[in-house]
Design a protein around this ligand. Sequence first.
Ligand code: CO
Length: 136
Amino acid sequence: MIKRLDHIAVAVPDLDRAITRFCADLGLSLGGQEDVPSQSTRTAFLPIPGTRIELVHPMEGKGPIQGFLDKKGGGLHHLCFETDDLAGDVATLRAKGYRFTTENPGPGAHGSLVIFLHPKDFDGVLIELVQLPEKP
Ligand code: CO
């Protein structure tokens, strides 16, 4: 079941410049940076009460974020909702006819499991579902 908005992702062509804009100029703080090789993505997280802005940038000029930048130059990339039952939600949504960009969930940032719903099924909005690892 969906619990909360985990993050809003913005694809940026220049990660350092975007961090400066969001932090130095807009006043957000940098929560951390992480490479997610499985998605060929470098991410920076900017926490803000209740959720986070995630800046996403391609690693080594490859992967889906590079394709997005080539087409659009940058912009809002996806919304991510946290679920407490990723497998259950995927099964329920598949049964309703929703399509996913991959067959199965894969590794995301912070040891999470993620999967993306096809944007064609959400009026052009890419939706990520994330299940965070159990806290020890
Ligand atoms: Co994301």
